[in-house]
Design a binder for this molecule. Structure first.
Ligand SMILES: Nc1ncnc2c1ncn2[C@@H]1O[C@H](COP(=O)(O)OP(=O)(O)O)[C@@H](O)[C@H]1O
Ligand SMILES: [Mg+2]
Length: 220
């Protein structure tokens, strides 16, 4: 369960370039849910997803993740909970282009290639599941957008999280690849993962259980 209470995020506070990206977000996400977050460009979607993903703790208000208040956690505890609970798929993939698919998937494990049998087995299983098994040794720079998104999802899954947060996972993809990526996320949700998708595509939101709309940093 993820609970946000009156979450605010201001960039460059007090400066001429101050941006109040989130102005008091209240949101509860239940275990096993598949939620779409929709909103115009600049409305605060990525800011919200980064906070949900524990990638940004510079917010005001309360964020409780699986019963723990994120602000109350030490750096170490935060890193631990981020690793064990959350798999984040960043906007525009967030992959390291000049590294192989297998090494990209391994990044959250902080373990170099070829040293850990268990890790390699897991990478192989995830690659199989996501249809990129034949690409493991290929550099990410040589992949199509749809393939890159599959790698990003595999990387998000490597630490066996409970919650998958995806920022515009179909934003850079054509129709058929978008359909396939949403089908993968739906399948993961059916397996028990909580799935949160930021999107501006109503067709993607339609595949989710619930949609919330964010506008000017608040949920409508
Ligand atoms: N690191 C940052 N520094 C300053 N402003 C930012 C930063 N990140 C986002 N913003 C601003 O916050 C607002 C919300 O951005 P964002 O959450 O990325 O919107 P969305 O993902 O909905 O397009 C925008 O005005 C954006 O320019
Ligand atoms: Mg965004």
């Amino acid at each position: 369960m993820l609970i946000l209470k009156d979450v605010k995020r201001t960039f460059n506070p007090g400066k001429p370039n101050e941006v109040r990206a989130l102005r008091g977000v209240n949101l509860e996400i239940a275990d096993g849910e598949m939620l779409a977050i929709m909103g115009a460009s600049g409305s605060g979607k990525s800011t919200l997803l980064h906070i949900l993903g524990c990638l940004d703790d510079g917010f005001d208000g309360e964020y409780s993740l699986s019963g723990k208040s994120v602000h109350a956690l030490s750096r170490r505890e935060l890193a631990e909970i981020r690793n064990s609970e959350l798999g984040v798929v960043l906007q525009n993939f967030g992959l390291i282009e000049n590294m192989s698919v297998a090494d990209n998937i391994a990044v959250p494990s902080y373990i170099g290639r070829g040293t850990d049998k268990e890790l390699n087995k897991k990478i192989a299983a995830l690659a199989e599941k996501l249809g990129i098994a034949d690409k493991l040794k290929t550099d990410v720079s040589e992949l199509s957008g749809g393939q890159k998104q599959r790698v990003a999802i595999a990387r998000a899954l490597i630490k066996s999280p409970k919650i998958i947060l995806a920022d515009e996972p179909t934003g850079a993809l054509d129709r058929e690849n978008s359909r396939q990526i949403v089908a993968i996320l739906s399948e993961l949700n059916a397996e028990g993962y909580t799935v949160v998708i930021v999107t501006h595509d109503p067709g993607v939101a339609q595949k989710c259980h619930r949609t919330v709309n964010i506008s000017d940093g608040v949920i409508a």
